[in-house]
Write a protein that binds this ligand. Structure first.
Ligand SMILES: O=C(O)COP(=O)(O)O
Ligand SMILES: [Mg+2]
Length: 237
């Protein structure tokens, strides 16, 4: 007799690039910051490729790239001032143009209706994450939000998804985490959770296939369809 397929008891989702397409407003905030320091705008793709470890990390990496190419920019692009400016510009825009990916709300809803708790685990700061989840209406379909400043560590540290699992009342190996980036897959593997992915996100500008996800879904709707089919199978047996 064949083994029944592994089925999660809870599912967590990454935010940027997984539940919500935030790249446009992040790039707009970054370019508004650069303009304030008299630095020319960068292409959206260059900024998008830096999303994944939080806003501060994004800006510091972008500045390192810019300063490498043009050391003289150091005179006017100071890290503390640039980070403070980005915080202001992003706070003005967060949730304004970001859109939930197709199927985000219905997927969360369907999972919960089937008795599978849902969470959002992001490296974004909590205040920004909450604003986005409220603006997109996803917050009401989530049992848990863990942001980049909720715990002492952030993804991919093993404690993050272990803590998510504990708060959702399941063992880490009963959790599936769905993400758009290598960081998410690593966070899942480090915690002993399933490393699932969707292809529509950012992942440093590289296809997520290169990071060998345990399971790659075409879209968010396919995640719910998969879990519900497994549960139906299990319930019917
Ligand atoms: O804000 C970021 O850079 C990353 O956020 P994410 O963990 O939701 O992808
Ligand atoms: Mg992401």
């Amino acid at each position: 007799m064949s083994q029944p397929e592994w089925m999660p008891d809870a599912v967590t989702f990454d935010l940027d690039g997984t539940l919500v397409d935030t790249a446009g407003e992040i790039a707009a905030a970054v370019n508004a910051t650069l303009a304030e320091f008299d630095v020319e705008a960068r292409p959206q793709a260059e900024i998008t490729a830096l999303i994944g470890d939080g806003l501060r990390a994004l800006m510091l990496r972008l500045m390192a790239q810019l300063l490498l190419a043009r050391p003289s920019l150091a005179e006017r692009l100071q890290p503390d001032a640039a980070l403070a400016s980005l915080e202001r510009h992003y706070a003005l825009r967060v949730g304004a143009s970001a859109r939930a990916y197709p199927g985000a709300a219905s997927t969360l809803q369907a999972l919960r209706a089937a008795g599978v708790p849902t969470g959002c685990v992001t490296n974004k700061d909590g205040r920004h994450a909450r604003m986005l989840l409220e603006a997109t209406g996803l917050i009401e379909h989530l049992d848990l939000v863990i942001a980049g400043d909720t715990l002492p560590q952030r993804k991919p540290h093993p404690s993050v998804l272990r803590s998510a699992a504990a708060r959702l009342g399941v063992a880490p190996h009963r959790l599936a985490h769905v993400g758009d980036s290598r960081t998410d897959l690593q966070a899942a593997r480090n915690a002993g959770a399933a490393d699932w992915a969707v292809p529509h996100g950012y992942n440093g500008g590289e296809p997520i296939e290169a990071a060998a996800p345990g399971r790659l879904f075409d879209d968010l709707g396919a995640v719910a369809a998969h879990v519900l089919a497994l549960r139906g199978h299990r319930l019917a047996a």
